[in-house]
Design a protein around this ligand. Structure first.
Ligand SMILES: [Fe+2]
Ligand SMILES: [Fe+2]
Length: 225
């Protein structure tokens, strides 16, 4: 189905248009017959499948909308916003010649900050898992533990929490991601590209068929470029 997506800068306004100028909300007059799932008919579930198919294609603009909200709303105290941190991490990845999987993973690695602050890394990883390489997902999933090496001694905690992953095939990749792209990306003077620049990469990744083994490349170690 052809779709027209409009993302408006950093204002957090994401509008998803369907053919004929209908918005996603225009499907609201099409409803199932049941009030309990177990009473649903085949045609009910065919309708839901069709609508879900439309909805899943809106994942990219919804993610961009969430990132845009992080321009102001999440974790204060740093010299830059959480959106700026995400953009800077993705910019560093792109500057190093990283592929689309890495750039999108870098952009989204902290997207859980606003909605899942106690496990933001796991939250981000579950968003990425069906759509990017296994190595990128694992890195995002565990970056919280690996990042502790940079600051946990100030809190009297264990900066070496990453030790529990010693010997994992992706250990060094995650260590490199944190050292080169994540922990380094809090600089207000770093030339950072804007969210609009990364929009095509996000749309490309989330237009993929989910869980495609050819994309996931389970267990394959490529490291950072
Ligand atoms: Fe993080
Ligand atoms: Fe981060």
């Amino acid at each position: 189905m052809s779709r027209r997506l409009a993302v408006t800068g950093f204002t957090g306004i994401v509008e998803e248009m369907l053919p004929g100028g209908r918005k996603m909300g225009d499907n609201e007059d099409r409803r199932v017959s049941f009030t309990q799932m177990k009473d649903g008919t085949r045609s009910d579930y065919e309708l839901l499948q069709e609508l879900e198919e439309q909805y899943i294609h809106g994942t990219a603009p919804r993610l961009l909308d969430e990132l845009a909200k992080q321009a102001e709303e999440t974790l204060t105290g740093y010299k830059i916003t959480r959106l700026a941190h995400a953009l800077q991490t993705a910019t560093r990845a792109e500057n190093d010649g990283a592929d689309t999987d890495w750039i999108v993973s870098a952009l989204l690695h902290d997207i859980g900050d606003r909605l899942a602050p106690a496990n933001h890394d796991k939250f981000a990883a579950e968003i990425l898992r069906p759509y990017v390489r296994d190595e990128c997902t694992w890195t995002v999933e565990h970056h919280g533990s690996f990042q502790k090496i940079y600051y946990m001694h100030h809190y009297g905690g264990d900066p070496e929490e990453r030790r529990k992953f010693a010997g994992h095939p992706y250990y060094q990749t995650c260590a490199d991601f944190c050292e080169r792209w994540d922990q380094a990306s809090f600089d207000p003077d770093f030339p950072t590209r804007d969210l609009d620049h990364f929009r095509p990469a996000v749309e490309k990744v989330f237009a993929r068929a989910p869980h495609d083994p050819a994309v996931i490349c389970k267990g394959e170690i490529r490291g950072l470029p």
